[in-house]
Design a protein around this ligand. Structure first.
Ligand code: ACO
Length: 331
């Protein structure tokens, strides 16, 4: 029998160091006014030297486990979504498994850029729904600051570091994940990428000199794509779940830009009072943004048992992913 699967524990971790728009004015030709007006971002968190993605991921994972009242040995599978993994391989998930001591868990990374967390939820939930596993840890984690070109004002003002984690387990029938929509358009791969360091363009002195190990982005193209797919993906997930706009209690979108978030909310007919927004304080934390926003909103007491949540993201790939979730945790 297919089981109902939901989030039974959630946690997040962000670095202490805050970098404001005023700080960025000192290193690139930008202004607080431009950044706030075009993106809504006021500040972001930046990891200290020596702190990698797996470190933030492990902190978030331990918080999610404590919230779920589980120990690391209870976890059957770890899925980490990241566009800024510790290394090409081994997977960041394996490093997290070692760091938290989840010795009974399988572990792998999933690459769908900012959509990775929702992609990870869809994969992990299937393993529980079919009875193969009991508890799956899904993590979105990024230390993008280490692969950002701090001389490129088109990108360096947008991103931040952080991690969010969720424990998926069986929940009472009617709760948990009700609908999912995953999508991709690989013809747009060049709109958002790290060009070098893989097999297509191996690392060389020239690639380093050309800044090709950093994130490159065609901002307007990604913007057009995002405004098109975010609402559409959420609507497909809602149709799958049989949920209408007026039944949505909280929209928790990928936090890239307030203008993109507003456009998705408008398309979905969800008022901004029901939209979780924290991009002003964290910038775009890619795969971590949705679980951080969800965990923060829960910690602030906004989310109650029985609430209908719509999570939706988009990102490099190009990819998109939507998920409808009936919150099952008693707070
Ligand atoms: N400060 C000042 N001026 C800037 C800055 C900056 N930081 N960055 C760009 N500009 C300039 C540009 O050079 C351009 O100048 P020009 O007209 O003289 O050429 C001007 O501002 C306007 O640039 P646009 O790119 O047209 O500005 P736009 O309104 O499109 O906003 C932005 C740019 C914010 C990047 C927007 O396109 C956007 O948000 N795109 C989506 C980005 C995104 O979400 N990426 C992450 C995807 S998720 C993932 O997978 C990681």
């Amino acid at each position: 029998m297919i089981k109902s699967v939901g989030i039974t524990g959630i946690g997040y971790s962000v670095p202490e160091k805050i970098v404001t728009n005023a700080d960025l004015e000192k290193i690139v030709d930008t202004s607080d006014e431009w950044i706030v007006e075009r993106t809504g971002i006021r500040e972001r968190r930046i990891a200290a030297e020596g702190v990698s993605t797996s470190a933030l991921a492990a902190e978030a994972a331990l918080k999610a486990l404590a919230d779920a009242k589980l120990s690391p040995e209870d976890i059957d599978l770890i899925i980490v979504g990241s566009a800024s993994p510790d290394m090409l391989f081994p997977s960041t998930a394996c490093l997290v498994q070692a760091k938290i001591g989840a010795k009974n868990a399988g572990a792998f990374d999933l690459s769908a850029a900012c959509s990775s967390f929702v992609y990870g939820m869809s994969v992990g939930s299937q393993m529980i729904a079919t009875g193969i596993y009991k508890h799956v840890l899904v993590i979105g984690a990024e230390v993008l600051s280490k692969i950002i070109d701090w001389q490129d004002r088109n990108t360096c003002v947008l991103f931040g570091d952080g991690a969010g984690a969720a424990v998926l387990s069986e929940v009472e029938p009617g709760y948990g994940i009700l609908g999912i929509d995953l999508g991709a358009d690989g013809t747009g791969a060049d709109a958002l990428l790290v060009p070098a360091g893989g097999t297509r363009m191996p690392a060389s002195a020239e690639t380093v000199a050309n800044h090709q190990h950093f994130v490159h982005m065609n901002g307007p193209e990604v913007f057009r794509f995002a405004t098109k797919v975010m609402g559409a993906s959420a609507i497909r997930a809602m149709e799958h779940a049989g949920v209408t706009s007026d039944e949505v209690d909280w929209l928790i979108p990928h936090q890239a830009n307030t203008r993109i978030i507003q456009s998705a909310a408008k398309r979905l007919h969800v008022p901004m009072e029901k939209v979780i927004v924290n991009v002003d304080r964290y910038g775009n934390t890619s795969s971590a943004s949705i679980p951080i926003a969800l965990a923060e909103a829960r910690d602030q007491g906004k989310i109650k048992k029985g609430d209908t949540l719509v999570l939706v993201g988009f990102g490099g790939g190009l990819t998109w992913a939507g998920c409808v979730l009936k919150w099952s945790k008693e707070e």
